[in-house]
Design a protein around this ligand. Structure first.
Ligand SMILES: Nc1ncnc2c1ncn2[C@@H]1O[C@H](COP(=O)(O)OP(=O)(O)OP(=O)(O)O)[C@@H](O)[C@H]1O
Ligand SMILES: Nc1ccn([C@@H]2O[C@H](COP(=O)(O)O)[C@@H](O)[C@H]2O)c(=O)n1
Length: 491
């Protein structure tokens, strides 16, 4: 997914873009920093910024990179860290002259597209939605009135932060001077002939003058949740080769300090052998113990393994036994399974360690967690099954309101995979409300037929995803009702 945030100076673009990128696991691209870097190089080399030829020569040859360091994103120009140097009033004063030169823009836009090739990016600047990524799925035009912007920038320059303290003050004369500079920069940026600052026709306008950063970030994330990515991921078996993309091919070697991300991004078949053996032992043990305590059975179980293609399996969620039953059954039939689990479980290192080795994919709930969507999509394309609980959490009673999380339909849609409904009854009875001790008792599951998108009648990508969510969950609840009729009293 590409998110484009454009707007005038001081409207909060960097703050919001950085926060959205962090929350949703995307890459943050600060394009203003690139024009600032060229400007800084001109000033430090004594190049007159009105000399378009000389300025263009620097823009064409400089290599600009971004790196993480000292808790912030660092800007590297020709191998030198220029993060601090590009934020001086001198650079502020000259940058709009430099950025108006067509050859400078051409060079910067080419590099920005290169950096954004990996796909999952939040880019901010002046021409992202109109020129750099005109096909971005989400476009925001962020504004704030000039006085608010000047105040924020003045507070920022004095080391404060208007976003976090309401009574932050700045010297009135400094604020007036900044206001003059902002207005001048806005005028130059929006009246230049090449890629002027203007909202894209399909941009969402947000005025941040009287909104907190969190409110703006929430608005952008909400827009992302309803947007549908237009760039499908690499096909099955094809590792991404673009800058910043995740390498997904090749066997993970044992005892090589593989990161959690390595496990989330690799095929199950590429996991190191010792870990796979350990998982097999755990599955056999857990399978035997749970079968003994809560004899469980899956009706029409063959539907879970007779079909070899990747599927999104959706299920009602009543207890911790639910994923165990599916994981054990599929493991015994050689079907690779990735369980999507809520990232809150990752608070304990040992849990993250185990879930990553067991093929889990963490999802940050309540956000458009595109990293998780992409990981699930790639797994499906590789032919692995993805198990997901759209109810989000264990539902302890039929009276509890249930909110269905629709990400599963998007995963299936992107991977062109079907969705398979499965229901469970009886597992809720083993943990009576308010008790921690488990009761003994029988548990039944029932597998349904896979649902393809050809069964969905709605038109348009988004409407089809919504229709799939509804249809799949209707089938899950229909299977659960069948089980309840067959096994009266079981919940
Ligand atoms: N909604 C907000 N309310 C109050 N302060 C804010 C808000 N958004 C951003 N700020 C503060 O305003 C200052 C400028 O914000 P930021 O640098 O994100 O703006 P920008 O649009 O990226 O500016 P530029 O284009 O010049 O880089 C920062 O100190 C930031 O914390
Ligand atoms: N896409 C962009 C981004 C920036 N500029 C120019 O750079 C200046 C500095 O940008 P900041 O966001 O860091 O303030 C800005 O005033 C523009 O002149 C641009 O042209 N296109």
């Amino acid at each position: 997914m590409r998110v484009a945030i454009d707007g005038p100076a001081g409207s909060g673009k960097s703050t919001v873009a950085r926060a959205v990128a962090k929350r949703c696991g995307l890459t943050y691209l600060d394009t203003g920093a690139m024009y600032r870097s060229v400007t800084y190089l001109c000033l430090s080399r004594g190049v007159d910024v009105s000399d378009a030829e000389a300025v263009s020569a620097i823009a064409r040859t400089v290599r600009i990179d971004f790196a993480e360091g000292q808790g912030t994103q660092r800007v590297i120009a020709d191998g030198k860290d220029v993060t601090t140097q590009i934020r001086t009033p001198e650079v502020d004063k000259s940058v709009s002259r430099v950025s108006a030169v067509p050859a400078v823009r051409e060079a910067m836009v080419a590099r920005q597209r290169e950096l954004g090739l990996a796909g999952d990016v939040v880019a901010e600047g002046r021409d992202i939605g109109t020129v750099v990524f005109p096909d971005a799925e989400v476009k925001v035009f962020l504004t704030a009135d000039p006085a608010a912007r000047a105040h924020r920038r003045a507070v920022q320059r004095e080391g404060g932060n208007a976003a976090t303290s309401d009574d932050a003050n700045a010297d009135a004369a400094t604020e007036r001077e900044i206001l003059r500079d902002l207005v001048r920069r806005d005028r130059l940026d929006s009246t230049r002939s090449e890629s002027p600052l203007r909202p894209a026709d399909d941009a969402h306008h947000i005025d941040s003058s009287s909104k907190s950063v969190d409110q703006v970030v929430d608005e952008v994330v909400a827009l992302m949740a309803t947007a549908i990515p237009v760039h499908p991921a690499a096909p099955a078996g094809e590792g991404d080769t673009t800058a910043g993309a995740t390498q997904t091919t090749g066997r993970l070697r044992a005892f090589r300090k593989n990161s959690y991300d390595d496990y989330y991004d690799h095929a199950l078949r590429d996991f190191p052998l010792p870990g796979r053996v350990l998982l097999g032992v755990a599955i056999v043990l857990v399978g035997a113990i749970t079968k003994l305590l809560w004899p469980w059975k899956i009706e029409d179980a063959e539907k879970l393994w007779e079909d070899v293609q990747g599927r999104v399996i959706v299920m009602n969620h009543v207890s911790m036994l639910d994923p165990v039953i599916i994981a054990v059954s599929l493991w015994f039939h050689g079907v690779g399974l990735r369980i999507v689990y809520k990232s809150e479980f990752d608070k304990l290192g040992i849990v993250t360690w185990f879930f990553s080795r067991a093929g889990g994919i963490p999802v940050v709930r309540g956000t458009a967690d595109l990293k998780a969507v992409r990981r699930a999509e790639r797994a499906l394309r590789r032919g692995e099954c993805v198990l997901i609980y759209p109810e989000g959490t264990r539902v302890k009673s039929d009276d509890e309101p249930v909110e269905i999380h629709g990400g599963f339909a998007l995963m299936a849609q992107l991977a062109k995979a079907p969705v398979q409904p499965v229901a469970i009854v009886g597992a809720r009875d083993i943990t009576p409300a308010g008790k921690h001790l488990k009761r003994l008792g029988r548990v039944w599951c029932k597998a349904g037929d896979c649902i393809g998108f050809d069964e969905v009648e709605a038109k348009g990508r988004k409407a089809r995803a919504v229709a799939m969510e509804k249809l799949a969950m209707e089938r899950v609840y229909a299977l659960r009702d069948e089980l309840r009729r067959e096994h009266p009293g079981k919940m």
